[in-house]
Ligand binder design. Structure first.
Ligand SMILES: CC(C)(COP(=O)(O)OP(=O)(O)OC[C@H]1O[C@@H](n2cnc3c(N)ncnc32)[C@H](O)[C@@H]1OP(=O)(O)O)[C@@H](O)C(=O)NCCC(=O)NCCS
Length: 174
């Protein structure tokens, strides 16, 4: 199994659109409404990706994970979208196609995103995860990112879902 983590490309848009939708439909079934999940459209997702790829206001960095030459996942990280202390950067998203879960690829992609945050000068990392998404909570815990007590209610996907913030220090410096 050959895994490569690299910056995403415009030509990844279709594959990433499919990965994104498949990951959400598998991860959030039973947590978010079926109507919402079944309505997610890989073609529309890919179209949005193509449109946003060269957007100069885009501030984050996206990495793609390839398994044997096929794009199977992505992560996106960058400046915080919340009021957080100076020096905190955010992991906005990490998604893998469900067909490749639990093979260590998420760990590789996560490590590359953490390196990216560190290289960008962030000393602390944080992310939001849906509290009922136990698979992801457990994954992050394994990476050393644990709940720091902050929570929020997200209403973007239909009925409100509770999200918890997980965070970790990225450097020895405070
Ligand atoms: C979360 C996600 C990125 C993990 O990627 P992955 O490649 O499956 O994870 P890894 O194989 O690297 O797992 C590393 C460790 O995390 C923990 N872990 C991963 N999946 C787990 C699960 N289903 N149950 C319990 N622990 C799990 C384990 O400790 C695992 O180590 P082990 O396999 O040696 O026991 C992937 O499951 C995913 O994309 N999920 C859907 C999208 C999502 O929920 N993203 C997060 C949104 S905030």
């Amino acid at each position: 199994m050959s895994v490569v983590i690299r910056p995403s490309r415009l030509t990844d848009s279709e594959e990433l659109g499919s990965v994104h939708v498949a990951a959400w439909q598998a991860a959030y079934r039973g947590i978010m409404p079926d109507d919402y999940l079944d309505g997610l459209d890989p073609v529309a997702n890919a179209r949005r990706r193509r449109r946003n790829f060269d957007d100069p206001s885009r501030t984050g960095t996206e990495l793609a994970a390839e398994l044997d030459g096929r794009v199977v996942g992505f992560s996106y990280f960058g400046p915080p979208r919340d009021e957080v202390p100076d020096g905190w950067g955010e992991l906005w998203v990490i998604n893998l196609h469900p067909g490749v879960w639990r093979r260590g690829i998420g760990t590789r992609l996560f490590a590359a995103a953490v390196d990216g945050l560190r290289d960008a000068g962030y000393r602390h990392g944080y992310l939001w995860v849906v509290a009922d998404n136990q698979r992801a909570v457990e994954f992050y815990r394994r990476q050393g990112w644990v709940s720091d007590g902050a929570t929020k209610i997200d209403q973007r996907f239909g009925p409100p879902v509770t999200e918890i913030r997980c965070s970790a220090r990225l450097t020895d410096q405070q």
